[in-house]
Design a protein. Sequence first.
Length: 375
Amino acid sequence: MSSSTSRMPLIDMVKGMACAAIVGHHLAFYGPMSDIAHPLAPVLMAWLYDYGRMAVQVFLVLGGYLAAASLAPQGLARFDHAGNAIAKRFVRLVVPYAVALLLSVVVSALVRPWMEHPSVPEQPTLSQLLANALLLQDIVGEDALSAGVWYVAIDFQLFALGVLLLAGVKALRGAGARGQADRLAQGLVVAGTAASLWVFNRMGTLDMWALYFFGSYGLGMIAHWAVRAPQGRQAQGWLAVMVLLGGVALALDFRGRIVVSTVTALCLVLALRSERVRSWSGFAPLVQLGQMSYSVFLVHFSVCLLVNAVVSHLWPDSPVLNALGMVLAFVLSLAAGRVLYLRVERHVPSWTTALRWQLGLVGAGMLVAVSSHWA
């Protein structure tokens, strides 16, 4: 999800639209403003509540596409050391992540005394803070400190899984020609995608592991290789593989999220194989939103929580004012995301920076918890 490198405008536009859908979904899902404003637009609220979260599948596909572009544009890993690649990804993800979680802890403490609502996170514990800082909250059974935190953990798992798979093939490269190694790496990604779509994604108890989501991520990786393939049978072959993977998955168990993933991957290939589309500068506001989408994704829950608390407290019975409050929360989320992007995300972080912010999250979180307890 990170937008630290230059990307094609179309990809940033798609990310921008998906980001807007996620923010809209959380505004509809986490009240109380949406509960009060619901009568004004019940169809829109219901759609955002039920289907807005499907935009996560778009991010999964794009994540796979961008991972293939950076790690193995032709199938064979171009990085030298798997550990370094994984470590760099972790650091880049967790620095803005820790900043956003710290903001969530502070905002939750501020609104907790005067807003009783299920959307307000409980006072954090030390084990919860540590688990969230290390992206382990769902695995160890701790509550998340903010909405959408699970996705950051899954994104890191998927990237690490892709790196390890590609690194394993690269280590065997001496046993065969380069072309054979490329095909082996791509074949393993296709096999992993099939296993996820056809088996693991149908097992809800696995939804805290990368295997559950690798189907969508793998479709994105395959989409990149399809875009790079020369005209003719090879490009058609990749499209056929994608259709087969998605079609069999839906025949086995129809899931709306897999429809979104498959359609997104196929449309990505068809669009980016066009020179006209690749050279298009895009719609500037959406391109900018896509570039800072990770920061917006991280920080929007805290903004929405604060606006929810203020508006619902001052005007608890006004649908119009609460609807305007939702619009205000959306706009402020974009503004806060831009600040986080400019001040934190776009700068290349170091291990020292990451450790400082993680320790700051845990220490400040415990300080807030103790202060709230004695208040």
